[in-house]
Design a protein around this ligand. Structure first.
Ligand SMILES: *Cc1c(COP(=O)(O)O)cnc(C)c1O
Length: 484
């Protein structure tokens, strides 16, 4: 970027008297607004809206759009986030009038098609996960976790066996302990073994009557498949405990293996990661929860059922944990997911997972001579490097920032916490080999710079719209409103 236009806020571009519309002269006699609206409904002063022409507005937003990086521009290897390319056809489908203009208060008799979309998606998600029942209500992975953990809690309490401990490995996504805590559990951390997996002996030693369950991410945030998962499920079940699988990484498993078959009792699925919804900046998303039959009575209500060939909402669910979301979930995300699944089919989903794993392992093989792995074990859809071999005091953050100058979104950094200076890379299945090669060449070039001209790397990015932001101040003291 040779010359960046420093775009002002749209309010600061206000030009009184300018307009973006040309309307014919009004031929209705002007009435006094005071006589039409009561004083309660009237503003005391005009709204502070900027006055701009059409071209002002178009340029404003077009310029802003160029300051952003998007998966439509190139590789977006943000580990754990599955920033894959989402086919535009799914967007088209979600914008069809019958879906987009549907109102959640419309009666069942007028929404049979929408209910069929939801029922079909539930069936597909159960088929992919090996589960028996599903709720589409949660609108994020974290909310799915919270819902799933509440199912465990409700099930145990129903048996008169309330327990207080949830076991969670140290490699878990931060939302796992947060969700367990919110659901009323005390979290106990399990240390990962040298292979990045759960240490079975250590886990056996933890089995006590107050353990409600375990939350496991499979494959975990190191990209490593939990090889003892079936044994872990047996161990927990023998202890009367339940197994929650964080299914945010389902992208690595579709059509290959299923949590339900390992013995997992309940899991969430991130539709916005695995099943196509552009996400970032905090939304939108959907985190359906799939479970085994013994947890089905506790699912959030209402539950979608079929009566005499028609779809209906069943509110009569005495054991339900209640609602977790207004209405029925993030409906248009569900539409995108169904469009994606139906387009690919079972074989296509399997191929997507195989390519996700292949792409990650290609990057792993190409980058291994340059960077040091966090853990040595075989990895699936993502790979984590550490900062051990970075020269001249160059940090993971410096490398990530310099990647911006080479036209990439940086990978996830400093997560998972168990890898020093972690650089977590997830290319996803939609990247062509040339783009992966371009990334490898960028890392190679940056490491050369780090050896010869470390200051160049330490002060990156040089070509971005903004240099280094004060992230702590941004998080602690956000200014989100415009004050004239
Ligand atoms: C993304 C992710 C989550 C949380 O999902 P959100 O939709 O961001 O709430 C949980 N666990 C893992 C492993 C994830 O990658």
């Amino acid at each position: 970027m040779s010359h960046v236009i420093e775009e002002k806020l749209i309010f600061e571009k206000d030009h009184p008297g300018r307009t973006g519309a040309s309307l014919p002269a009004c031929d209705v006699p002007k009435a006094d607004p005071a006589s039409l609206l009561g004083p309660l409904a009237r503003r005391e002063a005009p709204a502070l809206l900027p006055e701009l022409s059409e071209v002002d507005v178009v340029r404003h937003f077009t310029r802003l759009s160029t300051y952003n990086y998007a998966v439509d521009m190139g590789l977006y290897p943000l580990g754990s986030c599955t920033m894959k390319y989402n086919p535009k056809i799914n967007e088209e489908v979600a914008r069809l009038e019958g879906f987009a203009r549907l109102h959640p208060m419309q009666p069942e008799s007028l929404t049979q098609g929408a209910l069929e979309v939801m029922a079909t998606l539930q069936r597909h998600l159960c088929a992919v996960s090996g589960m028996d029942a599903c709720t589409l209500q949660p609108s994020a992975g974290a909310q799915g976790e919270f819902t799933g953990i509440q199912l465990i809690r409700a099930c145990l309490e129903d048996k008169g066996d309330a327990r207080r401990i949830m076991l969670i490995p140290d490699s878990a996504h931060g939302t796992n302990p947060a969700s367990a805590h919110f659901a009323g559990y005390e979290v106990e951390e399990i240390k990962s073994g040298a292979d990045g997996c759960v240490d079975l002996a250590a886990l056996s030693a933890r089995m006590r009557p107050d353990v409600a369950g375990i939350m496991l991410t499979v494959p975990n945030t190191l990209g490593i498949f939990e090889k003892n998962i079936a044994e872990i499920c047996r161990l927990l079940h023998a202890n009367g405990s339940l197994v929650y699988v964080d299914g945010a990484n389902l992208n690595a498993l579709m059509g290959i293996t299923r949590p339900g078959d390992w013995g997992a009792d309940v899991m969430h699925i991130n539709l916005h990661k695995t099943f196509s919804t552009p996400h970032g900046g905090g939304g939108p998303g959907a985190g359906p929860v799939a479970c085994k039959a013994h947890l089905e009575p506790f699912l959030p209500k209402p539950v979608l059922v079929q009566r005499e060939g028609r779809y209906a909402w069943d509110h009569d669910r005495p054991k339900s944990i209640g609602k977790v979301q207004a209405f029925y979930g993030n409906f248009l995300i569900l539409v995108r997911a169904l469009a994606y699944i139906e387009t690919l089919g079972g074989e296509g989903l399997k191929r997507a997972s195989e390519l996700a794993v292949l792409n990650a392992n290609y990057l792993r093989a190409q980058l291994q001579p340059l960077l040091k792995l966090g853990f040595d074990g075989p990895t699936l859809h993502e790979v984590v490097f550490c900062d051990k071999e970075l020269p001249n005091g160059v940090t993971t953050l410096d490398l990530a920032k310099r990647l911006i100058d080479y036209g990439f979104h940086p990978p996830t950094v400093y997560f998972p916490l168990i890898v020093h200076g972690a650089l977590m890379i997830e290319p996803t299945e939609t990247e062509p080999m040339e783009e992966l090669d371009r990334f490898v060449e960028a890392v190679r070039a940056i490491l050369e710079e780090a050896r010869d001209r470390p200051d160049l790397v330490k002060s990156a990015p040089h070509t971005a719209y903004r240099r280094r932001l004060d992230e702590v101040a941004a998080a602690r003291n956000p200014r989100l409103t415009y004050k004239p």
